[in-house]
Write a protein that binds this ligand. Structure first.
Ligand SMILES: Nc1ncnc2c1ncn2[C@@H]1O[C@H](COP(=O)(O)OP(=O)(O)OP(=O)(O)O)[C@@H](O)[C@H]1O
Length: 464
């Protein structure tokens, strides 16, 4: 008798120990629905205690609100495996698989329910879906941008630009890293996109990161992404960086000269080995990305100053495209002027045009902001003027001042006599003087001529 008791208690302990080996929650009832055993994982997942469950009927427990769904009745009714989903008191979504256990007579003696935590699985699934959604979104935005760009025209007329495009086409077909140099607004971004379009990667994303516009501490996470809990304020689920999003495509590192020194090492590794780690992660990720870097700063000088790593500099210099400033390729200026004039006249339903003198002044102007400045100038001019032809005097003061060659005599203007050319010069000079000094009287004083003379000339040249 004593021996039997010992065997029963030993078996009971053993049985409990076996239940504890499972990573899933386990709930055991007999055929009448009486709870026989649960393991610790079950307690953890449900927030219920073994003492409050063992010996109790599942229906009673359900009535008390401990379970919202039961597997037991269906297992008993069908004699088959039953699967249900539940939200437990511990606020976990769980998957319950109930199995019948048959005795020697073929009758159900036990119902064992395995309970699996779906919260973590769901979180991971959600995370993966979020990432996929984000990557899809980026691809969409990228394709949209690409379409917009395709509709735009790139003006390439001058000999230096034609030559540069030939070189670009050759480079595009290789997978070489490219460094694009040039002053602000010369079209480095435009040509980077052209390289991508002419390459084998043209159907894949083309993404850009502006190193000068992103705070130093965020460049790494923008580029490489971060893992969950990498830093306070970070998205709990972690985030893919541009490198992952641009996989198989091209990344433009704009204003590379502003890349923080400590990031330059990591970037070099990403370029060389196509490997990186997200912030807060030790897992090495592989990508297949072509890098294009652009800058308007003198990187060689930055290397000497110790602000740019020489190894990265040499790695970037595999292929270099140097875009000349607009004043070094004057043959593009009028082509661009007409292109943007058409574009913005069409956009704003205007019919603005320029005289030859006006265009000559634009040719002489230095365009420190290059194509961007020219485009903004034309757009601004079109929106703020009514349909008309505009002459040199309509140019803003700063452009007139900067137009060094404006008053040079144009010997090629065969239709004009010397007197007519002098007349043009005088007219423009007077107009500029009146604008500068604010009145005809003051302009006369500055030009050291009589009041009557200036008014006569104003009348003659119709400057009133
Ligand atoms: N050849 C061109 N034909 C038509 N538009 C151009 C051309 N080059 C540049 N642009 C236009 O000029 C603007 C400036 O170009 P982009 O942004 O490529 O210059 P950037 O050199 O990259 O400037 P930043 O140095 O400021 O980054 C853009 O609106 C672009 O569309």
């Amino acid at each position: 008798m004593l021996n039997n008791l010992w065997i029963n208690s030993y078996l009971g302990r053993l049985h409990q120990e076996v239940l504890e080996l499972f990573s899933e929650g386990i709930y055991v009832t007999n055929a009448d629905g009486k709870t026989l055993a649960v393991n610790s994982m079950y307690e953890k997942l449900t927030g219920l205690n073994r003492e409050d469950l063992v010996g109790r009927l599942v229906f009673e427990l359900q009535e008390e609100g401990n379970f919202d769904v039961l597997t037991y009745p269906e297992v008993i009714a069908t004699g088959k495996k039953v699967t249900t989903m539940q939200t437990t008191k511990a606020n976990k979504n769980v998957l319950c698989n109930g199995y019948p256990i048959f005795n020697e007579e073929g009758k159900i003696s036990l119902v064992i329910t395995f309970v699996r935590d779906l919260t973590l699985v769901n979180q991971l699934k959600e995370q993966i879906m979020d990432q996929q959604f984000m990557i899809e979104k980026y691809r969409e935005v990228n394709n949209q941008r690409k379409k917009e760009f395709d509709q735009g025209t790139t003006i390439i007329k001058s000999a230096p630009m034609v030559q540069l495009m030939e070189k670009l086409t050759l480079i595009a077909n290789t997978d070489a890293t490219v460094l694009i140099l040039g002053e602000t607004g010369v079209g480095k971004g435009v040509l980077a996109q052209k390289i991508h379009e002419k390459s084998m990667r043209s159907k894949e994303p083309f993404l850009k990161i502006d190193c000068s516009a992103i705070p130093e501490n965020l460049i790494e996470s923008e580029l490489f992404g971060y893992d969950s809990g990498a830093f306070s304020g970070a998205n709990k689920k972690g985030k893919a960086g541009l490198l992952e999003m641009a996989d198989k495509g091209t990344i433009l590192l704009d204003e590379i000269g502003d890349m923080p020194l400590q990031m330059q090492v990591k970037l070099l590794r990403a370029i060389q080995d196509q490997e990186f780690m997200r912030v807060g992660s030790t897992k090495i990720r592989k990508v297949d990305v072509r890098f294009i870097a652009a800058t308007n700063s003198d990187l060689a000088e930055e290397v000497i100053k110790g602000k740019f790593r020489s190894d990265l500099f040499y790695r970037l210099c595999v292929a270099v495209l140097n875009i000349p400033s607009l004043r070094e390729r004057k043959d593009d200026i009028l082509e661009l002027v007409n292109f943007f004039l058409d574009k913005y006249n069409h956009k704003y339903h205007k019919n603005v045009s320029f005289t030859e003198q006006f265009e000559k002044a634009l040719l002489s102007y230095k365009w420190p902001g290059n194509v961007r400045e020219l485009e903004n100038f034309i757009q601004g001019f079109v929106v703020s003027h009514e349909n008309d032809i505009f002459d040199i005097g309509d140019l803003p003061q700063h452009m007139l001042t900067d137009t060094a060659e404006l008053y040079n005599i144009d010997f090629q203007d065969a239709d004009k006599s010397l007197n007519e050319m002098v007349g043009d010069y005088e007219k423009n000079l007077l107009k500029k003087a009146i604008e500068t000094y604010g009145s005809a009287d003051k302009a006369a004083e500055a030009l050291k001529i009589d009041r009557s003379t200036i008014f006569r000339k104003i009348k003659k040249y119709d400057l009133a």
